[in-house]
Design a protein around this ligand. Structure first.
Ligand SMILES: Cc1cc2nc3c(=O)[nH]c(=O)nc-3n(C[C@H](O)[C@H](O)[C@H](O)COP(=O)(O)OP(=O)(O)OC[C@H]3O[C@@H](n4cnc5c(N)ncnc54)[C@H](O)[C@@H]3O)c2cc1C
Ligand code: SF4
Length: 489
């Protein structure tokens, strides 16, 4: 049996054909020199790789080198490798003699099945349509060809504001216990920093699974204790509770520790045998079988230049306070708390990413390519393949709607409805002009005014645009936001 070379995001058993298959693992230091990663992300990647090497023992050759190329020079036998997760790595693998490339693993639907589905369709390749295909293809939450419960998406039932008592009533997710490997990783990272390798964000206890066992434990706990509340509070934000009922499993899926289809089957079983509410189960299944796979497939299916789209002409460089995660420089309560979450944990959930960070960046005209790099390096689950659709497409609308029907831009009213932030803020979400004008509310109107000729007209945007044109103080709001510029709000 050939030796299987596993990249650091292919660590689970589903990347092997046999439990005893010989393995090659490589730790490349150059990866950490190329970009400034969040310290906790670097820790997690190294910890996961080293834990897997320790688990496999003599079954694995584990090489630490400056580059992959240098490590591979030490391996004399033929290798096989599953399709890597970035174009750069794919090119590298394809150019190596003696390395056989295998189909991708770690996603629910194969690249070939997605391409067949997409080639057969005319018009937009929307997530909702792919999700329906994937549910039928894998027979998940269906009866015959029809969805269980009669509707494919129960999203409308899943948009509750946060509970008034400031807490979603679920037990906290199990946190990993650090061990000697983590201590060694921490010491190595300290030394690398002294040598000049730059990291961002604060160090902290490892909060995300580094082993298959830790990831499975978190998944089991989530399905049993937290899944029921996942649906209703999926969009809510709380200053007192960053996790709410989210699974905190993205880094485990993306490191390859967990098989997404197994998690989907586990959620379906929770519905069928343990009475978990359908809206929550469907919501979780949609995130993984729908969104995660869709994001992965579009990265490969669409042309590589998609990543560089900038159709709104956003040219402002990321300011230093944003780059350095300087939450203390920011007064706006929502943005300050979310930025602090990135600084302290390298993770915030989907809505702070989309409706606070992404929304603010879109309103201010931050350059999408810089934002791609920012999200990639600052988040514990950030990878090249996730960036194009999530950041360029969904969050920044830089492709004018290839995967969304309108820009994800909103004023303070949305944040006020879905969080407890505004009560403790020096700004007023209802005000767009003046000393206490909410930067999100004012930024929203200024963004629409500045992009009125670029945003394609459609029914969903027409009403908003009309409303904007009728604002009596629009010019003053635009001037005010021009003056605010890139300063921390
Ligand atoms: C601007 C922006 C940047 C993002 N960057 C990343 C990223 O770098 N890596 C990443 O994995 N996700 C990213 N996401 C998607 C999503 O925010 C995270 O997957 C999620 O917040 C992770 O927390 P969780 O595991 O608790 O997820 P849950 O809310 O519990 O969701 C369950 C799982 O669904 C998957 N999922 C849901 N939505 C998406 C999505 N849009 N794209 C990919 N997977 C999804 C994840 O694997 C996640 O673990 C981004 C979203 C936005 C708007
Ligand atoms: S008032 Fe505006 S800036 Fe303050 S928390 Fe609310 S949305 Fe954020």
């Amino acid at each position: 049996m050939s030796r299987r070379w596993l990249f650091a995001d292919q660590l689970g058993p589903h990347f092997l054909d046999d439990r005893k298959q010989p393995v090659l693992l490589i730790e490349s230091k150059a990866v950490f020199r190329r970009r400034a990663y969040h310290r906790q992300k670097a820790h997690l990647i190294l910890s996961a790789l080293r834990h897997r090497a320790a688990e496999l023992g003599e079954q694995a050759i584990f090489l630490r080198a400056e580059t992959y190329g240098q490590a591979l020079q030490k391996v004399r036998e033929p290798l096989e490798v599953c399709h890597p997760t970035s174009r750069r790595a794919l090119k590298f693998v394809r150019n190596r003699d003696g390395v056989t490339l295998l189909p991708a693993r770690g996603y629910a639907t194969s690249l070939a099945d997605f391409a067949d589905w997409a080639d057969d369709r005319r018009g937009a390749l929307r997530m909702e349509a792919f999700y329906r295909f994937a549910r039928q293809h894998h027979g998940v939450l269906v009866e015959g060809d029809e969805p269980v419960g009669g509707r494919w998406s129960l999203d409308v039932e899943n948009r509750e504001p946060p509970p008034k008592n400031g807490k979603v009533d679920v037990p906290a997710p199990p946190m990993p216990k650090e061990d000697d490997i983590d201590a060694e990783v921490r010491a190595d990272l300290d030394r690398w920093e002294r040598e000049g390798i730059r990291f961002v964000g604060r160090d902290g206890p490892r909060r995300f699974p580094a082993t298959i066992e830790e990831a499975n434990a978190r998944l089991r706990h989530f399905l049993r204790h937290r899944l029921a509340a996942f649906g209703p509070y999926g969009d809510a934000m709380l200053s007192t509770d960053p996790w709410l009922a989210h699974s905190m499993l993205s880094s485990s899926f993306n490191l390859g520790l967990l098989d997404p289809l197994e998690a989907v089957r586990g959620a379906e079983q929770a519905y069928r045998t343990e009475g978990a509410p359908l809206a929550s189960v469907e919501g979780f299944v949609r995130q993984i079988l729908g969104w995660r796979d869709y994001i992965w497939h579009t990265y490969w299916y669409f042309e590589p230049t998609w990543r560089n789209s900038n159709e709104l002409g956003a040219r402002r460089s990321l300011p230093a306070w944003w780059n350095d995660l300087d939450a203390d420089a920011v007064d706006a309560h929502c943005l300050s708390d979310v930025l602090a979450g990135v600084r302290d944990r390298a993770w915030v959930h989907h809505i702070p990413r989309l409706m606070v960070l992404g929304n603010y960046a879109l309103q201010r005209g931050f350059r999408p390519s810089e934002l791609v790099e920012w999200f990639h390096t600052r988040f514990v689950d950030g990878y090249e393949w996730v960036m194009t659709a999530n950041v360029v497409g969904m969050s920044q609308y830089a492709d004018l709607g290839r995967i969304t029907t309108k820009p994800y831009v909103s004023g303070g009213a949305y944040i006020n409805r879905m969080s407890d932030y505004c009560g403790g803020c020096r700004y007023d979400p209802k005000k767009r002009l003046g000393e206490d004008a909410c930067p999100f509310t004012a930024g929203y109107w200024a963004f629409l005014a500045g992009n009125r000729d670029r945003i394609p007209g459609n029914a969903r945007m027409a009403r908003t645009m009309k409303q904007m044109e009728r604002l009596p103080d629009l010019d003053a709001v635009v001037d005010q936001e021009k003056r605010r510029g890139s300063d921390p709000p």
